[in-house]
Structure formats: structure tokens, C-alpha cells
Design a binder for this molecule. Sequence first.
Ligand SMILES: [Zn+2]
Length: 671
Amino acid sequence: MTNPILSEWNTPFKIAPFAEISDEDFAPALEQAMGVHNAQIDAIASATETPNFVNTIEALEAAGEQMDKVLSVFYSVAGADSNPRREELQREFSPKLSEHYSGISSNKTLFRRVADLWNRREHLDLTDEQKRILFLTYRGFVRAGAALQGEQDTRMQEIKARLALLGTSFTQNLLADERDWYMELNEDDLLGLPDFVVSSARSAGQEKGSDDPVVTLSRSLIVPFLQFSPRRDLREKAYRAWVSRGANGGETDNREIAAEILGLRQERAKLLGYDSFAEYKLETEMARTPDRVRDLLMQVWEPAKMRADADAETLTAMMRDDGVNGPLEAWDWRYYAEKRRKAEHDLDEASLKPYLQLNRMIEAAFDCANRLFGLAFKPLDVPLYHPDCRAWEVTREGRHIAVFIGDYFARGSKRSGAWCSAMRSQAKFPVEQAPIVINVCNFAKGDPALLSYDDARTLFHEFGHALHQMLSNVTYESISGTSVARDFVELPSQLYEHWLDVPEVLAEFATHADTGEPMPREMLGKVLKAANFDQGFQTVEYVASALVDLAFHEGDAPDDPMAKQAELLNEIGMPAAIGMRHATPHFAHVFAGDGYSSGYYSYMWSEVMDADAFAAFEEAGGAFDPERAKALEDSILSTGGSREAEELYLEFRGRLPGVEALLKGRGLIAA
Ligand SMILES: [Zn+2]
């Protein structure tokens, strides 16, 4: 019998036939697909005809279609509906896949053909998109080290292997420190804590095998504890343990690992011909240079610090009223900020929720896409991997655009968080294929299902990513949809969140589950105002981490990262009562792998753009201005990675983004 994953999918819109696929199909399908892919790569690399665009670049683009099928099905179920067998497969597949892909990117015969084409690029008569694909393919090989020879090549392989090992140790040490520490609480210690903190402390206690409730170092427990516990001594103890993760001495200490990682990264960048690792990393980003990143971060830093300093004074005065002397400490900030939030804009989550029905919020996201881009959504009855999944056919003026799938509810088999992925990406080569895009969230079930405001924001965010995939209009899959620079990819998603805050959208769709009444004006005002509460603190803790990340990867790698971190914080005047959002020994974004190294800034980079881009709508006459909507689709949502991000933004906005809209949005300067 043929493997259902690899056979032709005779289903509506060629959606994967999930019902026919069993877990035992994945491993053989992947083996077969990798074998086919390797044979395709070998054939391209060893071809005897002179390289041309068709026999090399297009052939590479078309290769591996079976891999796409297997992986899109497997990752859908492994992330959103896992089980022990799927987890086991994931552990099995991950090293195999990284070996498979690094085998391709270090294939020297293949690289020689790509390099030959690159050298003759001016004479190949290529379209703009083809030039771009050739450039990206060539650059990808060079950055992976395919051009290195002899000793340099050997050293590069050693560095990569060592870095992979160090990244894993860093993560495991962090997990060990987080697992080992906990603080038992007696009944008196629970006074003042809201029910949800008490109940998560109790279940954390059970997990640790303790009869008492406990505080652990998990962000979802320790942050609310610091926010609500009136016991200053306990807050201090918990806070100190939290910020010591990875720096407790002994076998799980990450400080030397961090230093070695930074040294190896620098050596790797030098081997590839870059001055620093930051330069290497930022080359493919919209920001492009360390100077531009620092410039942006410092423009935000100054006003954020001023706001934080002013807030610190207010909080210190509140602390004095409690009879506490001495300076405001890092374990005091969240507690007094929470008290202040209650006093200044108390928003009662319980009375807000009935206005945010999941179904109405989905309708709102669809309605905005209809008004902006003319998209229509029709429910589609197709079997998917879980009964909670819902599907819609997306059309425009009757023409099929995409299939959109929403898998909204939390369940034990789903990993936490929310994400968007393409089960199939838009492309026109080798054949026209329409996208199949899924949003996965973790909302609580209910009848009707109700959301918090943050949940509703998440729904709009992921739908923004989905639009980037669904409206994609390029030829080649490798640059389709969200295949763009990391510091650009959150622009469409964060931008779409702004439409949730448009008063007329909430007025129409935020209707009470029982009465159908629209949300009262006063509540609406509170919701919108609550968004920029304590932004001095939030911005300071984030920007400090981003600046340290950048400093680590610029110039010579520091021998002592902790000293470098202290020096930088001193230089920028870090407020004493605010810690970094992630300090070096537990800065997993930067040290657990390569993903966000000298890239932690990118959240803010995107936020600057989304605020600036939404301001373009407001300046043009409103959130639904048709000309702005068309420009957004033409220049950003349809173009994928076919051009440099900066060029796309310039085309949309007529200028580069400025920080003003972000500072206003965060309440750091007057609106
Ligand atoms: Zn996102």
C-alpha cells in the first residue's frame, strides 16, 4: 500500500487527508522523501550541462516537494495535537533534518554551479524575482560556509558542532535551575494573593511533591507573585532566585558557556569575512547594521528611562505610605505598579469578557479584511486533524484565494502560545498553488467561548500573519508570504492588531453574549487606556536586554560577558529598581541557539514600523482608507521576500519609519 502522505491528495483544495494518515506513516514517509530529495540534489549538482537558471536554481526550488508534504502534515499535528509517539518522532526527526539540510548547504559541487551562475548574473536575462532568488540562494550558501576550503572549512565545521552543543547545555542548565528551586508558602504567606495565583501555587506544590503551595521560577507564576504578594521578604527571596538562574555556580552555571559561545561566534563571522558577528547576522535583516539598531534603541531608551524614573518616584511614595524606608528595589516595582494600576484604571476582566465572544472576534477580523482587501470567507466542511479545527474558503470577487483554518482552543495535546503556519505556501512555480494557512491559539473553551482583550489581540495578530501568507503573489515558494527578514516578519501581524483597537470595530463586534448590547463607551475607553500602562518599565527592561545583546556581538567578543553587561548598564544609566528582561546567564533568546542572537532588538524594530504604518492610515483619513489598504497589499502583503524589506516599506510609506508613533502609542511622549 502506498503511504497516504506521499500519494496524491484527492481532497477539496488538496488539503492533507488527515483522517487517512496514521502516526506510523511519518517515519517511512520522511525517509523516502529525504532519499528523493537527496537524489534530486545530486542530479542538480552532478549535471554535466553548463549551469543555467532552469537546471540549477529552478531545479532547486522544485526539489523536495515530498519533504514539504511530510513536514507540513507532521508539524501541524506535532505542535497542535501531540501524543507520546509524535513527541518521540519529533526527537528522532530533528537531528536528521538538520543534518539533511546542512548537507545541502555545504554541498561544494552544488555551490560551484550556483557560484558560476552568480558570476554570470548580468548576462542571464533574468526577471527581477529570478535575480532575487539567485542572490538569496548564493548568499545562503556563502553564509553557511560553502565557499570555505581546507583548514578553514574544517574549523567552521568544528565551530558549528561546538556551538550546537553549547546551546543545548545552556538550555539544559537553565531548565535544571528552574526545576530545582522553589519556595514553600504557608497559609499566612498566601494572604493578599488573588485566587488564580493561589491555585497555581497549589498545583505547582503538588507537582513538586509538596503538601504546601509553592512559588516556582516559571514566569507565569513568579511574575503574578511579585505583582500581588504584600510580603516584601518573600518577594525579595523569590526575585533573587529568579534572576540568579544560570548563575548559581557549580555544574549548571552558564556564565562560562556564554563567554565561549560569543568567542566562537566571532571566530565564525571572521572566517566568513565579517568584522563581527553582529555584522554577519544583521546583513540579512532590514536593520542591516549594528549602528542602525543602536540608533533606534537609543531613540526609544531616553524617553522610556525618563518615564521609568518618574514612575519610580510615584511608586517610592506609595511604598513610604506602607511604612517602608530605603530605596525602591526590583522586587518592589511590580507590586506597587499593580496597586497603582488598580487605583488608576481598574478594568474588571470579569465584566469585560462577555463582550469578547470568540465567534464575534473572528467575524471582526474577517470583516476588517473584507473592508480593507475585499476578502470574503465561507465556512468549509472538511475533515482536519482535530474536531476543534474550523476552515473557511477565502475568495475575492468570486475567485479562490486561499483556505484559512482556525484551531482556537487550548488542549493538553497542544503546545502553549499562538502561531500561524502555512500548510501550503502560495507559489506559481512549478505550478500555481493557492495557500492553505492555519492559525493556532490557546483560548479557553466555553459556551459561548469568551476571550480576554489580550486573547482578542492575539487573534488579530495571528490573522495578520495569515493575511501575509494568503495575499502573497510571487512566483517562487522560497520567497512567498512570511519568508522575509526576521525584523520585518512581525510588521503585518502587529499592524493588524491596530484594527482591533478601532472604536467602530469594537462598537460593532464587541457585543454582550447575553444581551447583544455593544460594549459601553466607558469600558471601551478603559480597555484602550490600559494598553499603555507601566510602559516605562516594560520598555526599559526590554531595551536594556536588546542593547546588551547587541554589545556582545559587536567588535571583539568579551572575555567576561558579565563585566561587559555591567559596564553597558552603567553607561546607559539603568534605573536601579528595574532588572533586565533577560540577563546574560538566562538569556535563552541569545544563547540557546542562533535565532535571536544580535536580533533581540527585532521586536521593537517591528513595533516601530507597525505604529508608523498604522499612522499612515490615520493620516490618510482613517483605518479603512482604501488607497492605503491597496498600498499595504501591493507593497507589503503580496510581495513576500521578493525585494529588500526597506525598499518595500519605503514604497508603502514614502519614507522610512520614525519612532514617534511608537512613543505616542506606548504613552512615552504626549499624543
Ligand atoms: Zn507574530
